[in-house]
Design a protein around this ligand. Structure first.
Ligand code: LMR
Length: 335
């Protein structure tokens, strides 16, 4: 009783407007990412924000920082581990530096024929097993968000494997992507996403690979004369959080966030293909890039040139994991 009176007196003394200061402050989730807001990941992050705030009735406030405004690729992983941000959705190609090399399996060329193959992995036991591996790094894997299949670009036509010889190609920080470019005789250059446009513009690198949604929203097509719709590999995301932060959330808050995640994941995976199809059309319409669709013969030749990457990377990623994916999708690209 005495305590209540004291609290009330203090509140009155501070003035009525300060009364809300006595209510609990919202839990802030900083969600940092490196792509534009109008991409599959950017839109899904905004969707998550809306749903999370709604479902936790304001107990959580989500701040989304797109376009590397808060952290670049490598820094954002460190920031998450240190607790400076609470959520990220890095590309699956960027988990090697964290010490979870197995995610690079998703970078293997021609591993998936389409989104259906991919979902057999990301929405099944293999996907879950991979997310669980993050626990040892103080990171909790929450979900997979789709982006799409990559196209190759440069300032010259890319039709045969020979066309890639000697080209400096920007890649994400994945050893599999390094091996992929080397298999084509290209020179891989690991570089943060935020620096790629400028590197292409100034000629620091000659070309790159990315799904159309990333190329278009970063305006990379404006500094690439040629693009080939190779669909030679997949780029998508693992949504992750700081494990300690997540485990300490009040039960009802975590439940609300889980629901928000589930719905925003469904949303991300529904819009990804359409967003990429739209971006490819937009790149064509912009008229700055000659967009080429390879013939069946040309695709076969590229497939053949890239096939050895699977065996070469088995030691790093694990042959069992690679084989389990062939089995789950019913597709072994080496056959
Ligand atoms: C890239 O670095 O090319 C991509 O990982 C960017 C992204 O997050 O889609």
């Amino acid at each position: 009783m005495k305590k209540t009176l004291l609290t009330l007196t203090a509140a009155v003394a501070l003035g009525l407007s300060s009364l809300s200061a006595f209510a609990a402050d919202p839990i802030v989730i900083k969600f940092s990412h490196v792509v534009a807001p109008d991409t599959p990941k950017g839109k899904a992050a905004e969707k998550f924000k809306t749903l999370a705030e709604e479902k936790t009735k304001g107990a959580v406030k989500v701040e989304v920082y797109p376009n590397s405004t808060l952290y670049k690729d490598k820094e954002e992983m460190e920031a998450l581990q240190m607790g400076a941000v609470q959520m990220l959705a890095p590309s699956l190609a960027k988990f090697g530096p964290l010490g979870v090399k197995e995610f690079e399996v998703f970078d293997l060329p021609y591993l998936f024929r389409n989104y259906d193959d991919l979902h057999k992995v990301t929405q099944g036991e293999i996907g879950k097993g991979l997310l669980d591996k993050l626990g040892a790094k103080g990171v909790k894997g929450l979900a997979y968000w789709d982006n799409g299949f990559k196209i190759m670009s440069a300032n010259k036509p890319l039709k045969t494997p020979d066309d890639y010889k000697g080209l400096k190609m920007r890649i994400q920080s994945s050893k599999v992507l390094e091996a992929e470019m080397q298999a084509l005789g290209a020179i891989p250059q690991v570089m943060p996403f935020s620096e790629t446009y400028q590197a292409l513009q100034t000629g620091v690198v000659d070309g790159t690979e990315n799904p159309p949604s990333n190329m278009y929203t970063q305006k990379m097509h404006e500094v690439q004369k040629n693009a080939t719709v190779t669909d030679h590999g997949y780029l998508g995301y693992a949504v992750i959080t700081n494990k300690d932060f997540w485990d300490k959330l009040p039960e009802d808050v975590r439940k609300g966030l889980d629901e928000a995640l589930k719905e925003s994941t469904d949303y991300a995976n529904q819009i990804a293909k359409e967003e990429n199809d739209k971006s490819l059309e937009a790149i064509k319409a912009a008229g700055k890039t000659d967009v080429y669709t390879p013939t069946a013969e040309e695709t076969k030749a590229l497939q053949k040139a890239l096939a050895p990457v699977h065996a070469k990377m088995a030691g790093r990623i694990g042959k069992d994991l690679i084989d389990s994916i062939y089995k789950a999708t019913g597709f072994d690209p080496s056959k």
